[in-house]
Design a protein around this ligand. Structure first.
Ligand code: FE
Length: 344
């Protein structure tokens, strides 16, 4: 669309996440969704690259016949199998589904940063697979071969379908709800639940001083992902404020239903990864942990808690839980920062 000559400044009150009436997506100011700009700056301050992290010790441990058990090897590979495609799905969702419908320039700025971070994550898995000499075709194709991974990806992808249609447009009640559903599921389920048992596996390795190079990369990924989750929650809450008519009781029940289904899929995946329990985590504890984090996601967007359970792995809360993350990287990640303060 050619630019129109117009001396009238952009009206901040007409700016919206979607359906902005004054949708000049090239003018960053006046900035309305300042949380997105803050997230963009945090993302930049947290910049990292997988190749900065040495894999020598991991390579020695992986080659050794005595360091890792068969169950641990299977868990490590299955988790990587999930991760390798999950971030590609996330990147596609950001770039191909969300970006073009967003009418807030500062939200678009963060989405560009987020898309790059998803690429760095995929790079990280590639780096781990290559360093250890794992079978690429086995790891990268797992989402089509391992049912528990397929089912998780398929839940997210099946809900995406409408948004990926090139003819899809926001601006009707039905489509705006569909769009909000996509973002809520993407943030709360994909980035907020489906990554977390895999994060836990990697922290299990780290706590045993095993595969520490891979685990350190997963820590950086988890920090990025927790920002993506925070941002997604802010988006859902902002759209709720801007278009409250979308947030019907029926829609809320629908989201809760999806999250409940996701919890079962994640638990099933965890059982596949830990068939006999591992690193002090058994299947029952794992189920409860996933329920616990699902409740944390629900409460952040004002949906009713479903499980009301204690965190069975308090040690993981130290490492992973979103409210505790502030201190987590204090000693390690600071070294990677190029400038500015570590705040997230
Ligand atoms: Fe992400």
């Amino acid at each position: 669309m050619p630019i129109q000559i117009n001396a009238k400044p952009v009206d901040i009150n007409k700016r919206r996440i979607i359906n902005g009436a004054d949708a000049d997506v090239m003018q960053l100011y006046p900035m309305r969704h300042t949380f997105a700009w803050e997230a963009y700056n945090v993302g930049n301050a947290n910049h990292w690259l997988p190749t900065e992290i040495g894999m020598q010790k991991d390579i020695e441990q992986w080659r050794s016949k005595t360091v890792l058990t068969e169950d641990e090897r299977k868990a490590f590979e299955t988790v990587l199998g999930f991760f390798t495609t999950a971030d590609s799905i996330a990147a596609n969702n950001v770039v191909l589904a969300l970006y073009r419908h967003v009418t807030s320039p500062e939200v678009r700025m963060y989405l560009l940063r987020q898309g790059y971070e998803e690429a760095i994550h995929t790079h990280s898995y590639q780096y781990i697979v290559e360093s250890l000499g794992l079978d690429e075709s086995k790891i990268f194709n797992m989402y089509r071969e391992v049912e528990a991974i397929y089912n998780k990806d398929n839940l997210v992808l099946s809900l995406n379908e409408g948004i990926f249609d090139p003819a899809f447009k926001t601006g009707t009640f039905e489509n705006d709800q569909k769009f909000l559903e996509n973002w809520a599921v993407f943030a709360l389920v994909m980035e907020g639940i489906f990554f977390y048992s895999s994060f836990a596996v990697m922290f299990g390795f780290q706590r045993q001083n095993k595969m520490v190079g891979a685990a350190e990369q997963i820590q950086y990924i988890m920090r990025d992902e927790s920002q993506h989750l925070n941002f997604g929650i802010n988006i859902v809450n902002a759209i709720k404020e801007e278009q409250p008519e979308l947030w019907t009781k029926e829609f809320q029940d629908h989201l809760v239903d999806i999250i409940r289904r996701a919890v079962v899929l994640e638990y099933t995946f965890a059982k596949e990864v830990f068939p006999t329990g591992i690193f002090g985590m058994n299947a029952a504890g794992f189920k409860q942990y996933i329920e616990y984090i699902a409740d944390r996601r629900l409460e952040r967007v004002g949906l009713p808690l479903q499980y009301n359970v204690e965190n069975p792995f308090p040690w993981m809360s130290e490492a992973i839980d979103i409210s505790k993350e502030k201190n987590f990287f204090e000693t390690r990640v600071t070294e990677y920062k190029i400038g500015g303060q570590l705040e997230w």
